[in-house]
Design a protein around this ligand. Structure first.
Ligand SMILES: Nc1ncnc2c1ncn2[C@@H]1O[C@H](COP(=O)(O)OP(=O)(O)OP(=O)(O)O)[C@@H](O)[C@H]1O
Ligand code: SF4
Ligand SMILES: [Mg+2]
Length: 324
């Protein structure tokens, strides 16, 4: 069963006020950071969200948790619409859906102890009258930190320890879904593995559902059931992770995978090379947004935005000329 169902979600940012836009002669004072995004996440599963910097991954995450308003579309969580009464979701939804922010150390306030940081979700939700010290010790144990870390400050933590504090905060209120934005970025490879193992253990023990946002395809391959690939705000391909890696359908997906170093020579492949920069969202190309970088681009690609088409169970692609 789907825990989360997103339909046709659109998020835009105003890049200039009305007056400034008029003075500068801007035709469009908005950029579209998330466009017509639809996907589902099954309870207990992990969905990986992949895409280059600026593709809209964090914006999508912020919209789902209610931190950034969305212009249109729908979000159904556990069978109901948490945004039914307006842009601010219910308290219950805030407890059920937790976010682990990109860049853990700077997202922790430097002057607060680990105890205060891990206890904060309880205080925010008016549950601060519980035995907070005991709750914090329980959570530290769950994320594999010694109890005496409660008195430390963020600058006294290693990157991996700060990540664990972030995980403890995320699981504090017993959520159903955790959206982890770059959970392993900036960590040594061995520490990345420890954090991924921690997340996997907590998923099994607590029945959690994850959306993991990452640039790291090794993480995707290791840790997700399904993968969605974003390009300039759209999901251009989504499907079972094993299928995506074995037979990507979108030229962009294939290029991302081919660009990934593979230490095993038997599995080294030659594929399309990803060249050029992502086009600025202020100058969105006509037709398929990937066409300026795509070796397969044809006339229709320069005119028409490809619709999402189904290719096999649970596998969709937005491309006029998919690879299979
Ligand atoms: N508050 C904001 N106001 C205006 N534009 C924004 C704002 N936040 C993000 N953007 C723009 O929206 C686009 C998507 O940004 P977003 O942070 O969602 O990308 P991302 O995929 O998470 O990138 P990264 O991998 O670098 O974290 C980018 O062009 C970004 O510059
Ligand atoms: S629609 Fe055309 S330009 Fe876009 S990815 Fe497919 S082949 Fe390439
Ligand atoms: Mg981001």
């Amino acid at each position: 069963m789907s825990l989360l169902e997103i339909r046709d979600l659109n998020v835009r940012y105003a890049i200039a006020g009305r007056v400034k836009a008029a003075v500068a002669g801007l035709a469009n004072r908005y950029i579209d950071a998330v466009i017509d995004v639809s996907f589902e996440v099954a309870a207990g599963s992990t969905l990986a969200m992949v895409g280059e910097s600026g593709s809209g991954k964090s914006t999508l995450a912020r919209a789902i948790v209610g931190l950034t308003p969305f212009a249109s579309g729908s979000i159904v969580f556990d069978g109901s619409n948490p945004f039914a009464t307006g842009p601010h979701p219910s308290r219950a939804y805030h407890r059920d859906v937790a976010m682990m922010f990109q860049d853990p150390v700077s997202s922790l306030s430097p002057r607060r102890t680990v105890e205060a940081l891990v206890g904060e979700p309880f205080v925010i939700h008016g549950l601060g009258n519980r035995n907070l010290g005991a709750e914090v010790r329980r959570l530290l144990a769950l994320v594999g930190l010694p109890a005496d870390f409660a008195g430390r400050y963020p600058h006294q933590l290693s990157g991996g320890q700060a990540r664990r504090v972030g995980v403890a905060r995320a699981i504090a209120l017993n959520p159903k879904l955790i959206i982890a934005d770059e959970p392993t970025a900036g960590l040594d490879v061995s520490v990345q593995g420890e954090i991924l193992n921690l997340l996997a253990r907590l998923q099994a023990e607590l029945g959690l559902t994850y959306i993991v946002i990452t640039h790291n395809l090794a993480v995707v391959r290791h840790a997700s059931d399904r993968t969605a690939i974003m390009y300039m705000g759209r999901i251009v391909e989504a499907g079972p992770t094993a299928e995506i890696f074995a037979a990507a359908l979108h030229p962009y997906t294939a290029a991302l995978i081919a660009a990934q170093p593979n230490p095993d020579p038997a599995h080294r492949r030659s594929g399309p090379v990803l060249t050029g920069e992502v086009t600025s969202l202020r100058n969105r190309p006509r037709g398929c947004e990937f066409h300026p970088r795509c070796a397969r681009a044809a006339d229709d690609c320069r005119e028409l935005v490809p619709a999402a088409i189904g290719r096999g169970p649970g596998h969709t692609v937005r491309c006029h000329h998919p690879l299979a």
